[in-house]
Design a protein around this ligand. Structure first.
Ligand SMILES: [Zn+2]
Ligand SMILES: [Zn+2]
Length: 196
């Protein structure tokens, strides 16, 4: 289960909630450095989990209410994929056209990138992650490029050829997009298979 799937606007996790989603939440909280000293990840949202959620919300500077909705889940996801940081996906227009984050990075993309990272056990360098519309135009991106939606990354794996990265990306991402280039590989988490 993806972290961003544990809650949405209509289904919040809060005191009284219970089940596998709460367990995923608790495990993510622990990864983010919060503590559940008495109950641990027991799948039950009680006072201890609320306290940990509040501490997390305070840490990432979002509204502190002890309730988990989409905002909290979006921030939590960055702690589930230890080798990737939000800043690595920032739009490279350098602040000319956007604040760097015109869209959210899709968690499915992070999941795929972490798989590639784990496969090669080498750092994955993000050449291009999110792009705002103007920056995408400036770099000659396709008009409906997945980079506009936070679902794509152009990557290089340290000491691994682009063709080897393509082969692995092709295998692990049967339902999304993979593009072959001389010096890097494009991978995206769109709904639908695409290859070039
Ligand atoms: Zn931009
Ligand atoms: Zn790309």
């Amino acid at each position: 289960m993806l972290i961003t799937e544990i809650a949405d606007k209509k289904n919040l996790l809060q005191v009284g909630s219970a089940g596998p989603k709460v367990k995923v939440l608790q495990e993510a909280l622990i990864k983010s450095g919060q503590e559940l000293p008495v109950y641990g990840p027991d799948g039950k949202f009680g006072a201890e989990t609320k306290k940990a959620v509040e501490a997390f919300q305070e840490m990432v500077e979002i509204k502190v209410d002890g309730i988990v909705g989409p905002e909290t889940a979006k921030e939590l996801k960055w702690y589930a994929y230890p080798n990737f940081k939000k800043a690595e996906f920032k739009c490279k227009c350098g602040g000319r056209y956007c604040n760097g984050y015109p869209v959210e990075v899709d968690e499915k993309l992070l999941y795929l990138l972490q798989k590639i990272r784990d496969h090669f056990d080498e750092p994955v360098i993000i050449n291009s992650g999110i792009r705002c519309k103007k920056h995408n135009q400036a770099v000659g991106g396709a008009s409906r490029s997945q980079h506009l939606y936070g679902t794509a990354a152009d990557i290089v794996v340290k000491d691994v050829s682009a063709s080897r990265v393509y082969t692995v990306a092709n295998k692990i991402n049967p339902k999304g997009g993979v593009g072959r280039y001389k010096t890097y590989t494009h991978i995206d988490s769109r709904d639908g298979r695409a290859r070039w």
